[in-house]
Design a protein around this ligand. Structure first.
Ligand code: ADP
Ligand code: ZN
Length: 520
């Protein structure tokens, strides 16, 4: 069979040149294409930009019959359709947005389509199954396959209907594709889509040209203006809400003098399309956007991706930062985070259905680990995706400027006991006053100036309090109550009683103030 495979692959390489104009396969594309041509079901895990679409588009042109592609976003499908057709591939979409569905169905039945793109909602429709029986099928390609798993960050119930649909066509091979799958999600995708274990192909996740940096947020507009100034090429700033997008877009336009446009789901579709087109064409634009922006956009020269708040998970972070530097030239990924991001995320976990809370909590803890590490960011990322990277990469903030690791258990105990003694209902500002001995009206009226913890933090420790509070919140030892106060949670007691130490990276100094500190 190896002879047949080699011949198949040689033919495929010819088609690759003829149809796509590429000289050769990249990464693990050849392995995936070989399996698909041999009719073997496969799960391809490849990072964004690795060239997943080609692994089904190319076999679709070579195999007899139509390749049915399940893809979750109509906008994404239409992009794919355009590029497939541009390469001379006979492709069509069957979505609620298409007026030409009758022609599409006729073309499918007549065997004139290489690719038929559909949304997962179709899978459960009896009419669609009937349609599929009316022509020859070459392959099922399931894009964004992590959507089938509750372990994934983007679960879509419709994906669960794909298995029964595909099971109705047992002779048609399956190709599932995803950019974001940790080991757990991977195993789940195999089960949920009925794929053999040996069909798993994982491409390397490293993006060596991306420089990762993660730092606390102090002044968002100033920090973002700085990254814009340091990186004159096109950039994306991800903001958590539509309002924040609008606000930051205005601030950045003013502060940087660069072209800046907003993008979020609240804008009219034509404005979104126009802004996106302008960004794709621009060499210096900054797009301030919610995560609605970016899926399926083919802009190789994005020079930076900045997060104005923490992303949802490591997977989301990897995918969003992965839009930087697809051309292989140096690019920057900067995450600016605050303790509030984690506090809010933990509160939201309390609101999701019980069965999913455990997974969500693990995902958040993994993200916290990335944010809090004093070690190499890339190593944490790659280990998360099941790789075994070297301990240092030389191209992340912590490798380039290793932070000092400090033990702050005593200070953490003081803070936690202040939280406890004030009744677990006050915010950080108040606790800071109590601990550093500031007797303002509120402190006096609550008689907090008489507590044993009043004024027990001084000198350098006072400057570290905020970072310690942040570290405790990231670790879930301090949580925010409904009224904005801080309360003990998780391992707080172990730290209070001295059973568990608290070690953290020394917080970075603001730019400009570093020199004045006498080089510690
Ligand atoms: P993914 O879906 O994995 O994010 P795409 O399928 O969108 O990636 O491909 C990313 C880019 O890489 C596209 O511009 C595509 O044309 C290009 N590409 C894919 N395969 C190859 C190849 N073998 N050689 C050169 N470029 C390729
Ligand atoms: Zn590193």
């Amino acid at each position: 069979s190896t002879v047949i495979e080699t011949v198949g692959l040689d033919l495929a390489r010819e088609e690759l040149r003829r149809l796509f104009g590429f000289s050769d396969f990249r990464g693990r594309q050849a392995d995936v294409v070989t399996r698909v041509l041999a009719g073997q079901s496969t799960l391809a895990v490849m990072p964004t930009g690795a060239g997943k679409s080609l692994t089904y588009q190319l076999p679709a042109t070579m195999l007899e019959g139509t390749c049915v592609v399940i893809s979750p976003l109509i906008a994404l499908m239409h992009d794919q359709l355009r590029s497939a057709r541009a390469n001379g591939i006979r492709a069509a979409t069957l979505t609620s947005a298409d007026a030409d569905w009758r022609e599409t169905m006729d073309a499918f039945r007549a065997g004139e389509l290489d690719l038929l793109y559909v949304a997962p909602e179709r899978a459960s429709q009896a009419g669609f199954r009937d349609l599929l029986t009316s022509a020859r099928l070459a392959l099922f390609a399931v894009d964004e396959a992590h959507c089938v798993s509750e372990w994934g960050h983007d679960f879509r119930p419709d994906y669960r209907q794909l298995r029964p649909l595909m099971d109705a066509f047992p002779d048609v091979p399956r190709l599932a594709l995803t950019a974001t799958a940790d080991a757990h999600t991977r195993a789940d995708i195999l089960t949920q889509l009925g794929l053999p274990e040996e069909g798993l192909i994982v491409a390397g996740f490293d993006r060596p040209n991306i420089r990762y940096a993660i730092r606390p947020r102090d002044s968002l507009p100033r920090q973002l203006a700085q990254v814009c100034a340091d990186n004159p090429g096109p950039g994306i700033v991800y903001a958590p809400t539509r309002r924040k997008v609008e606000q930051l877009a205005e601030q950045l336009a003013e502060a940087t003098g660069r072209p800046v446009l907003p993008y979020h789901a609240g804008l009219p579709p034509e404005v979104r399309a126009e802004n996106q087109a302008k960004f794709v064409a621009s060499e210096d634009m900054v797009m301030v956007a919610t995560i609605a922006f970016g899926m399926g956009i083919d802009k190789p020269d994005v020079r930076f991706v900045a997060h104005a708040a923490t992303p949802k998970s490591i997977e989301a972070y990897y995918q969003e930062t992965g839009r930087a530097g697809r051309d292989g030239d140096p690019a920057v990924a900067l995450m600016l985070w605050g303790a509030g991001d984690f506090a809010q995320a933990r509160m939201r976990i309390g609101e999701v259905e019980q069965a999913r809370q455990h997974g969500e909590r693990q995902r958040l803890d993994a993200l916290a680990g990335l944010v809090e590490t004093a070690g190499c960011r890339r190593a944490v990322l790659l280990r998360h995706f099941g790789e075994d990277p070297p301990d240092t990469c030389g191209n992340c903030d912590n490798c380039l400027d290793p932070p000092q690791v400090i033990e702050v258990t005593q200070l953490a105990r003081k803070l936690l006991s202040a939280v406890y003694r004030t009744g677990q209902s006050f915010g950080f500002g108040h606790l800071q006053k109590v601990l550093t001995g500031v007797a303002d009206d509120r402190v006096v009226s609550k008689q907090h100036d008489r507590l044993t913890v009043f004024g027990i933090v001084e000198g350098e420790d006072a400057a570290l309090l905020q970072a310690v509070a942040r570290a405790l919140q990231v670790r879930g030892c301090l949580v925010q109550t409904e009224h904005g106060g801080l309360a003990l949670a998780g391992d707080a007691r172990a730290i209070l009683t001295g059973e568990a130490p608290l070690v953290m990276a020394k917080p970075p100094q603001r730019r400009g103030s570093r020199k004045g500190r006498g080089g510690s």
